[in-house]
Structures are given as C-alpha cells and as structure tokens.
Ligand binder design. Structure first.
Ligand code: 13P
Length: 249
C-alpha cells in the first residue's frame, strides 16, 4: 500500500481576514453545492472568529468541516481579545491553525508559544494545524531544514501521542500570497524532511500539507508528490469553484 492510501488527503481553506456575512453566505453555499463531487479528500475552512457561527450553521451536515485561524494558549481568564479553544469547541470547530507565518511575523509568536497553542487545542478536542516555513532569506542561505527543525522542536517534544493527533502545514513564507509556488520537487524535499522528523518520533502517518499560492492549476502536480498530503489554501479558498477544483485535483 503506498503512503497516500493510508493518509487521507486534506484541503483546508484559510480565509485570513477576508469576508463579510453576505459574501460568506454565497461562498459557503457554493462549497456545499459542489462538495458531493469531491471524493477521497477531507475539506475544511478556517474562518475569522466572528463567522464561526455562520460556518457552523451553513456547513453542518455538509461533509465540510470548519475551524479558526488562531487560539489562545490559555483556557480562560483576563486575556482581553483572546479566544480560547473551549470557545472554538462551542462552535464545533474541528481545526485551528497554530503558528501561521503571519502570526509568527506580525504578532511575534514564538516556536514555544505555537506548541502551547497546539496543546490548548488538543485539550479541547480540536486538531491543531501547526504551520512551519522558512523566509526567502533563510531559504537562500540554505537554512530551510534547520529552520523547520527549530520550529518543530517544541512541538515534537510533546511526544508521539500528542503529535499523532496533529496536522503539519509547510508554508514557505516566500510563497505565501506571492504567486510564487514552490516547485513540487522543492516542496517534496521539505515534506520528506518533515516526514523523517515525524517518523523519528514514531508518527510517520501525520498529514503534512503544503501551502503557498496553491491554485487549481498547480494542485495536481503538488499532490502527486509522495509526502504531500493536501494543501492549506489562502487566496484561492475565497472562490468556491477554484477551491473545489483544488480539492478535486
Ligand atoms: P496563499 O494561498 O494566498 O498564498 O496563502 C497561503 C497561506 O498562507 C495559507 O495559510
């Protein structure tokens, strides 16, 4: 059996800070209408916090699952502006992104904090999608593996039982929103490295997604790679038809 038969594909849309109720309604309706044609692939959307209720109401029973883009490491308390994993659970979230590069860069999230957020999610029964990826300067300096290993270290330190319940997303920072996708071979090399780290811990079957300018036109060649189990999609997840075409690829 090849590895892709044991790891079901997963395509997650990260809406980032886009949308409003009317636009979301037509996007969610479009996804619900098209999802029956998507086979052998788990499909999910990570929406802004205020729209979790809307996603819950629209997607319930559709086969598409939903989640958030960030979570507090704290369970509750005086943390103005923060949202807990328990609150996400209240909206039946199945997923939460942890350590997206925009959070790491713009909000100073550290590798350690990202691991703590992943734990908070797991404690609430939510699957953390831990995002890692190098910047252009790091890639050009030949430091990709080193950076990924550093980012993953506090996560892997949580042990096989915890990591076995996670999803990892490799998103090279230089490919996010730039239209510059890693080539399938470039992405595969990093995914193989991440897979070797997971295998070292005894959890080689954790799904590893690729993110960074994924579109319907390049999804097929990325998904053909043996260690790429799906995608974390930004811009192209805001168009129902394009997003469904990625999932069908
Ligand atoms: P784009 O698909 O818009 O490049 O964004 C990727 C991303 O950051 C998904 O989390």
């Amino acid at each position: 059996m090849n590895s892709h038969q044991t790891r079901k594909r997963l395509v997650i849309g990260n809406w980032k800070m886009h949308g409003h109720q009317a636009a979301n309604a037509s996007l969610l309706d479009g996804l619900c209408a098209g999802v029956p044609a998507v086979q052998d692939c788990d499909l999910a959307v990570c929406v802004p916090f205020p729209y979790l209720g809307q996603a819950h109401a629209s997607l319930q029973g559709s086969g598409i699952t939903w989640g958030a883009q960030d979570v507090s490491k704290h369970e509750q308390g005086a943390f103005t502006g923060e949202v807990s994993a328990g609150m996400l659970s209240d909206f039946a979230c199945q997923w939460v992104l942890a350590g997206h590069s925009e959070r790491r860069t713009l909000h100073g999230e550290t590798d350690q904090l990202v691991a703590e957020k992943a734990v908070a999610a797991l404690n609430a029964g939510i699957t953390p999608v831990v995002c890692v990826g190098e910047t252009l300067a790091e890639q050009e300096a030949g430091q990709t593996d080193q950076v990924i290993a550093r980012q993953l270290a506090p996560v892997l330190a949580l042990g096989a039982q915890q990591v076995g319940k996670m999803v990892i997303a490799y998103e090279p920072v230089w490919a996010i929103g730039t239209g510059r996708t890693a080539t399938p071979e470039q992405a595969q090399a990093v995914h193989a490295f991440i897979r070797s780290q997971l295998a070292g811990l005894g959890v080689p079957e954790v799904r590893v997604l690729y993110g960074g300018s994924v579109k319907a036109s390049n999804a097929g060649s990325l998904f053909a790679m043996s260690d790429i189990d799906g995608a974390l999609v930004g811009g192209a997840s805001l168009m129902a038809e394009e997003f469904l075409r990625i999932a069908a690829a």
